[in-house]
Design a protein around this ligand. Structure first.
Ligand SMILES: C[S@@+](CC[C@H](N)C(=O)[O-])C[C@H]1O[C@@H](n2cnc3c(N)ncnc32)[C@H](O)[C@@H]1O
Length: 252
């Protein structure tokens, strides 16, 4: 399978650095009362696992077997979750869902607009008639500001076996293509000696509100709400996030 960013290269260390939880309470509130929830581009289950632990029923999809293997180990056969390896642009599941969500700005990793449109089409097909689709994005103004080509320090993380991980990265914005690209550099140390280096090239689209709303509208969605944060949800030009809640057109 052709992957834009292959998280399989860092699946074993992903949970150590992608350990944020600023959005979890929001998702717990969003999911309350929903009977069948689909978490797309779920990775190792950062968002899904706290929801499963609340007793919610989730189906989780990602196209990286390596990321899903880590997820499977963590849930250890829980009956509350189905974990499926698929490309969201070709999503094909038997069930229909009353809530479908894409956390972590991940839809922007589908950089080909035609494929993004296909993903929206497949999502629409998998929603119940009164279902909702929650799509998280960064506010483009905020995201572009960070993509200035400077090397930045992401953090230092304790791994297992006495190892330490240090991550640095840079991002560059190409206005013509509307794409931010860059590289993440991973250095692993033991007893202050560098024992391993990896890097991961990244590329994602900068998607405007107009663009995503127009595409979603063409696929049958209407915008129900827009949030600039995970709390207190207000959105304006200065917001860091641009999280969109869609419903099927014609539904209240
Ligand atoms: C930034 S990670 C986010 C994972 C998780 N939602 C989180 O918050 O930690 C993005 C994930 O999207 C997956 N992904 C990217 N494009 C995909 C696609 N077209 N179909 C399915 N999964 C995809 C990647 O494999 C990766 O696990």
């Amino acid at each position: 399978m052709d992957k834009n960013i292959d998280f399989g290269h860092v699946a074993d260390i992903y949970d150590y650095y992608a350990n944020v939880d600023y959005d979890i309470n929001f998702f717990k509130t969003l999911c309350k009362g929903h009977k069948n929830i689909l978490d797309l581009m779920c990775g190792t289950g950062r968002v899904s696992i706290p929801l499963i632990e609340e007793g919610l029923l989730l189906t989780c999809v990602d196209y990286s077997e390596e990321m899903l293997d880590i997820f499977r180990k963590k849930v250890n056969g829980s009956q509350n979750v189905k974990i499926i390896c698929q490309d969201v642009c070709e999503l094909n599941l038997e069930e229909r869902y009353d809530l479908i969500m894409i956390p972590s700005n991940s839809i922007a990793e589908i950089i080909d607009p035609k494929k993004r449109r296909l993903a929206l089409r497949r999502i629409y097909e998998h929603l119940t008639s009164d279902g909702i689709f929650f799509c998280t994005l960064y506010n483009p103004a905020y995201r572009i500001q960070q993509a200035d080509g400077n090397i930045r320090y992401l953090g230092k993380y304790d791994l297992d076996n006495n190892r330490t991980l240090i991550i640095t990265y840079y991002n560059v914005y190409s206005p013509g293509a509307g794409i931010i690209s860059g590289t993440q550099f991973y250095e692993i140390y033991r007893n202050n000696r560098l024992i391993e280096k990896r890097c991961l090239d990244i590329k994602f689209s900068v998607i405007s509100k107009e663009e995503i709303c127009k595409m979603a509208r063409k696929e049958g969605f209407s915008l129900k709400a827009i949030y600039g944060d995970y709390e207190p949800y207000h959105y304006d030009e200065a917001s860091m996030f641009m999280n969109l809640l869609f419903k099927k057109r014609g539904c209240r």
